[in-house]
Design a protein around this ligand. Structure first.
Ligand SMILES: O=C(O)CCC(=O)C(=O)O
Length: 213
């Protein structure tokens, strides 16, 4: 069952550390590793290309731009379609894009960032499924590099980020040199339009997208 964690007024996470049955989590992990087209891709920050320290994959009908690169539309694989339906049912939300990160071992990571591209709209709800090795998910309050918290994301877990989370907090999966096993994370997002889409002015209060090394 999803447990709600209130971070501050209007900002919340929901977490279920054992959302999937272990057999279904195992099956999804092996299907996704086999089906998804995994790529090493650079992002662009300050005019420089920086290779992302993990493999990525994605699916969705709209292109998605973050950190200076654009992911073109790509078909849903059968396992992603299955997971997409289950995540929509569990959260009661609609999603039209999946972003996948494959951490080959504890050296692969994602640095502190927020998923706040304008195309995600005001206060996006993002659902994140973890498969494989348990890794730490660290969050930090943005203001003055404020307080930190961390959660262990296990095989088969579901985490939902909502409210003002992407505006007020950053998140990361830091390096973990002791971890030798692989992990796949899938985040489901709702893109309101292609790159360049903007919410109507009266709903706008967010900064532009941040680099996500
Ligand atoms: O791997 C994770 O749990 C987080 C992935 C992430 O931060 C992202 O896709 O924006």
């Amino acid at each position: 069952m999803l447990r709600t964690i209130e971070l501050d007024p209007g900002t919340w996470l929901q977490h279920d550390s054992a959302w999937l049955e272990p057999e279904e989590a195992d099956r999804l992990l092996s299907d996704l590793v086999a089906e998804v087209r995994w790529e090493e891709r650079p992002i662009y920050a300050f005019g420089k290309a920086i290779m992302q320290p993990r493999l990525i994959g994605w699916a969705g009908d709209l292109p998605y731009r973050y950190s200076g690169q654009t992911l073109p539309p790509r078909a849903w694989t059968p396992a992603l379609r299955r997971l997409h339906a289950a995540v929509e049912e569990a959260t009661g939300q609609r999603f039209n894009h999946a972003m996948l990160n494959r951490y080959r071992d504890g050296n692969d990571h994602v640095s502190m960032h927020a998923d706040n591209e304008p195309e995600l709209g005001q206060d996006p709800i993002i659902a994140s499924v973890s498969l494989g090795a348990t890794r730490r998910f660290v969050i930090q309050f943005k203001r003055k590099r404020g307080r930190k918290r961390s959660y262990r994301l296990r095989h088969g877990s579901l985490l939902v980020m909502g409210g003002s989370f992407q505006h007020r907090w950053r998140h990361a999966v830091p390096r973990d040199p002791a971890c030798e096993a692989e992990r796949v994370n899938i985040t489901f997002r709702l893109l309101h339009g292609p790159p360049g889409w903007r919410a109507p002015a009266e709903h706008r209060s967010m900064p532009e997208g941040e680099a996500q090394p």
